[in-house]
Design a protein around this ligand. Structure first.
Ligand code: PNW
Length: 457
């Protein structure tokens, strides 16, 4: 048996836009995802999060299902426009009541809430009036919104995440335009990322000065990163893989843990990469109480003098890096076409441990989409179980190598709205029948419940 540390946190995650629905209920304002999904052609099948899993109305039943599988922690996000309909000013009491009830229900079942302040559903008004994250002012609006949340929920919420995967907001939202706000540009990802990082730092400053001393919680950012393995062991390819990870994770984690962008990004980008003032740099450095990581996949990286711009915009900043990515044809893939490579997870955890001086790491998302089918009221998702078993075994190897991994959240607690893929991709431990809203625990939910109970594999 592969045992995990005694205080290891076992959880599952979701996000507001992906599960809540009730897009025009409870005084909620519109978000950039409401607008993006209602723009024909942006989302597969023109699906929207208007109804989603109906979690806004069904949260009590969902919390019961979490309790039934012995979940210790539940990571969810707050919809900013449900709390501040136009992104600033007086909070919406109904929105606050909804999350307050959810938090109380979790605590009544001894499930610890882990709250993400921003999982991509920016108030639409801030996009229309200010150009969203391209405007430096957004950092102040975000910090004010965060303070509202600390004030009303911080008595009960002790684990905060500021931003979920700012890489996605920057690259998918402002580079290749497949996420809201749908912008296509080669410079805007760096500008948006800069504001996102400043927003994180200002929110953490507020928490640390005004709330943390009496609320005694912790706060961090959560970044996504896939592993990049050198295609060959040539020096050029090894440097290319290192560069690729620095452009992916270092872009957002270096400022937070070291106070500035990676040197290699400055070399490649010059002044296309914005500069932090000394004060901003000082505020950023050390602005996380732990290392939040979302991880899904691995690719090979090779050096190329001239990376090609295959998609509009900058193709995920590839041509800025001089890196070309590829896969091993023998690797199994998920329904997202993402490679299943558990050893890449171990290598990434060790890379983080080495680069950031052995931080406490919480994996706040890991999971896979599979073509699940319901048969006689059951979902036998054996490939998902194999995926989770593989990735948790790799996590266990990282622990044996002294990586300070302290928790793991499966993505996702239930099937939900998978952004540009709409409802065509299922990541859940629970199956959701979107016609009726019915939830069915998959075999993986029962498997994961056993893992939690035994604290091991
Ligand atoms: C994450 N990529 O998104 C998000 O945090 C979740 O909301 C989402 O449902 C989950 O992973 C599965 O996709 C990502 O292109 C989207 O590398 C895209 C990428 C990574 C993560």
């Amino acid at each position: 048996m592969k045992k995990f540390p005694t205080d290891f946190v076992w959880g599952a995650a979701t996000s507001s836009y992906q599960i809540e629905g009730a897009w025009l209920q409870g005084g909620k304002g519109l978000s950039i995802w409401d607008a993006f999904c209602h723009t024909p052609g942006k989302i597969k099948n023109d699906d929207t999060g208007d109804v989603a899993c109906g979690h806004y109305h069904r949260f009590a039943g969902d919390v019961k299902l979490m309790a039934e599988m012995g979940l210790q922690a539940y990571r969810f996000s707050l919809s900013w426009p449900r709390i501040q309909p136009s992104g600033q000013g007086r909070p919406n009491p109904e929105g606050i009541r909804f999350y307050s009830n959810l938090i109380d229900a979790l605590l009544a079942h001894s499930i610890t809430p882990w709250v993400t302040l921003y999982h991509w559903d920016l108030p639409l008004a801030l996009q229309m009036e200010y150009d969203g994250w391209l405007n430096p002012k957004l950092a102040n609006f975000f910090a004010d919104y965060a303070a509202v949340c600390f004030e009303v929920f911080g008595d009960r919420v002790k684990n905060w995440l500021t931003l979920n995967e700012p890489w996605c907001s920057a690259v998918l939202g402002h580079g290749i335009g497949i996420h809201a706000p749908g912008r296509i540009s080669s410079d805007e990802p760096y500008l948006a990322a800069h504001t996102l990082l400043r927003a994180h730092a200002l929110a953490v400053e507020k928490y640390r000065i005004q709330f943390q001393p009496r609320q005694k919680g912790r706060i961090a950012i959560t970044n996504n990163c896939d592993w990049r393995e050198p295609l060959t062991d040539s020096e050029a390819d090894r440097q290319a893989a290192q560069r690729a990870v620095e452009f992916f994770l270092g872009w957002f984690a270096d400022p937070v843990f070291k106070g500035d962008y990676p040197a290699v990004m400055r070399e490649c980008l010059g002044d296309r990469l914005p500069h932090f003032t000394d004060a901003e740099s000082a505020l950023l450095k050390g602005s996380a109480d732990f290392f939040g990581l979302n991880h899904y996949s691995t690719m090979y990286a090779a050096h190329t003098a001239k990376a090609v711009n295959t998609v509009h915009g900058n193709n995920g900043t590839a041509e800025d890096q001089g890196v070309v990515l590829s896969s091993d044809p023998d690797w199994e893939k998920t329904q997202m076409e993402w490679n299943i490579v558990p050893w890449g997870f171990r290598k990434l955890l060790q890379w983080i441990d080495a680069r950031y001086d052995s931080p406490s790491i919480y994996v706040t998302e890991n999971g896979c989409a599979m073509p699940d089918i319901v048969e006689n009221g059951k979902v036998n998702d054996s490939r998902r179980i194999a995926f989770l078993d593989g990735y948790l075994s790799a996590a266990h190897e990282a622990l044996a190598a002294k990586v300070k991994l302290q928790g793991y959240f499966a993505w996702s607690f239930m099937d939900n709205f998978e952004w540009g893929e709409g409802y065509s991709k299922r990541f859940g431990l629970h199956h959701v029948d979107y016609a009726t809203g019915r939830r069915t625990p998959k075999a993986s939910a029962k498997w994961y419940a056993e893992v939690i109970k035994r604290n091991g594999l």
